[in-house]
Design a protein around this ligand. Structure first.
Ligand code: ADP
Length: 400
C-alpha cells in the first residue's frame, strides 16, 4: 500500500467535515468540522490525533475560505500534523449523486466535474455543495490528485427489476426516474468487512446490511454485488428514519395538501424533516437514546415510534431474503445499528423463522466489531462499525 496522507472531504451546503488519513497505517491523523459556512457565527473545530480539540470562531464567507482554514490548521507549526501541503498526497471527496454515470469512484478532472454537474437535478441540495468543495480544493491545491467517491455507485449493479418503479417507462428514459440508493460506501465497506471477519469469500455470500443511523437504509448484496436497496431516487424512500417518513402511499401527498392547505413542497418538507420516529413519537425525539429511555419508562409515544421503526426493518429483511433466495449474513451498522442492542434484539426476534438466534452477551457490546449470533444460528448476524472516511481514503489511493 502507498504511504501517503489522504484528505477526505465531505462538503455540505453550509458545513464541511474533514479527516486526514494515512494510507499505510490507516490512522486518522487529524479531523474536524467547519460549520455555518456562509452564515454568521461560522466556526472550525480541529482535533489532531491524540491532541486536544481546538474550536475557532472565524468568518467563513465561502467554502474556499473554509478549506483554506482547514489547510492552515493541518500545517500549523504548533498544532498542525504535516509540515507543508506537499505531505497531503491526495484528496478524496464524498459525493452524493453520481446518477447512472458513475458505477465506481473516479479521479476528478474537468470532464468528471461536468458529468457530476449533469446529476445536479437528482440531488439539488447536495451535488452543488459537493462541487463547491471540489472547486475550492482545486483552487488551493491545484497539483494534488483528487478522487470522487459516490454514495450511489455501489448500487449501480442492481438489476432492472430492482431499480425500476412501476411508472411509465419513458419517465426513466426521459427523466432518469429510478431507484439509485445511497450510503453505498457504507454498505460496501460493511459487507466486505463482515466477510473478512467471518473468514469467508465475499463473492460466496448473501448479505443484508442494515445501515441504521439518523438516515437509514438497507441493502441486499449477493455474490459481491448490490442487488437491491431501500432508498430510491432520493434518500426519502425506504425505512422509517430519524425525521424522514420512508415509504408512504404517494397519494398521501395530494390528500394532505388539500387537508392541510399546504403545497407539495411544504408536505415534502414535513416528510423529510418532521416525520420518521420524530413524527411518530408526536414530536418527542428523533434520537434513539431518548426514545429507548422513554420506551423503558412505558411512554406510549416512544413505544409506537420504536415498534413501527423495527417492523419496517423486519419487512425489508424478509423482502431481501426472498429477493436473494436466502441470506447468509445480516450486518448492523451506523449510530443505531452499532450502539443500540435493544433495536438489534427486537429485529432479530422476528427472524426466528430464518433460524436466527442471538447471543445476549455478545449483543450487549457496543460500537465494536462483533458476531452477535450464536454458533448454532443458521444466519450469521454481525455488528460492523462503518467507516465511510476510511473507505473513501482507500478508494482514493486505489485510483492513484
Ligand atoms: P447520521 O445519519 O446523522 O450519520 P448516526 O449514524 O450518527 O446518524 O446515528 C444517529 C442515531 O444513532 C441516533 O438515533 C442516536 O441515538 C444513535 N446513536 C449514536 N451514537 C450512539 C451511542 N453512542 N449510543 C447509543 N445510540 C447512539
Amino acid at each position: 500500500m502507498k504511504d501517503i496522507n489522504v484528505l477526505v472531504i465531505n462538503c455540505g451546503s453550509s458545513s464541511l467535515k474533514f479527516q486526514l488519513i494515512n494510507s499505510q497505517s490507516e490512522d486518522v491523523i487529524a479531523k474536524g468540522l467547519c460549520e455555518r459556512i456562509g452564515i454568521e457565527g461560522s466556526q472550525i473545530t480541529y482535533t489532531p490525533a491524540g491532541g486536544e480539540k481546538y474550536e475557532t470562531v472565524t468568518p467563513m464567507p465561502d467554502h474556499t475560505r473554509a478549506i483554506e482554514l482547514v489547510l492552515k490548521e493541518l500545517t500549523d507549526p504548533e498544532r498542525g500534523v504535516v509540515k507543508s501541503l506537499d505531505e497531503i498526497g491526495a484528496v478524496g471527496h464524498r459525493l452524493v449523486h453520481g446518477g447512472e454515470k458513475f458505477a465506481s469512484s473516479t479521479l476528478i478532472n474537468d470532464e468528471v466535474i461536468k458529468a457530476i454537474e449533469e446529476c445536479n437535478d437528482l440531488a439539488p441540495l447536495h451535488n452543488p455543495a459537493n462541487l463547491i468543495g471540489i472547486r475550492a480544493c482545486r483552487e488551493l491545491m491545484p497539483d494534488t490528485p483528487m478522487a470522487g467517491v459516490f454514495d450511489t455507485a455501489f448500487h449501480q449493479t442492481m438489476p432492472q427489476e430492482a431499480y425500476l418503479y412501476g411508472v411509465p417507462y419513458r419517465f426513466y428514459e426521459e427523466h432518469k426516474v429510478r431507484r439509485y440508493g445511497f450510503h453505498g460506501t457504507s454498505h460496501s465497506f460493511v459487507s466486505r468487512r463482515a466477510a473478512e471477519i467471518l473468514g469467508r469469500e465475499y463473492e460466496d455470500l448473501k448479505f443484508i446490511v442494515c445501515h441504521l443511523g439518523n438516515g437509514a437504509s438497507i441493502s441486499a448484496v449477493k455474490n459481491g454485488k448490490c442487488v437491491d436497496t431501500s432508498m430510491g431516487l432520493t434518500p426519502l424512500e425506504g425505512l422509517i428514519m430519524g425525521t424522514r417518513s420512508g415509504d408512504i402511499d404517494p397519494a398521501i401527498i395530494e390528500y394532505l395538501c388539500n387537508k392541510e392547505d399546504k403545497s407539495v413542497h411544504e408536505i415534502l418538507n414535513v416528510l423529510n424533516k418532521e416525520s420518521g420516529v420524530l413524527g411518530l413519537s408526536g414530536g418527542f425525539s428523533s434520537d434513539f437514546r431518548d426514545l429507548e429511555k422513554a420506551y423503558r419508562e412505558g411512554d406510549q409515544a416512544a413505544v409506537r415510534a420504536m415498534k413501527t421503526f423495527i417492523y419496517r426493518v423486519v419487512k425489508y429483511i424478509g423482502a431481501y431474503t426472498a429477493a436473494m433466495n436466502g441470506v447468509d449474513v445480516i450486518c448492523f451498522t451506523a449510530g443505531i445499528g452499532e450502539n443500540n442492542a435493544f433495536i438489534r434484539t427486537s429485529v432479530c426476534e422476528y427472524l426466528a423463522y430464518l433460524g436466527i438466534s442471538i447471543d445476549g452477551e455478545a449483543n450487549a457490546k457496543r460500537g465494536e466489531e462483533v458476531v452477535i449470533s450464536t454458533p448454532e444460528s443458521s444466519v450469521k448476524v454481525l455488528v460492523v462499525p462503518t467507516n465511510e472516511e476510511l473507505a473513501i481514503a482507500r478508494e482514493t489511493v486505489a485510483l492513484l
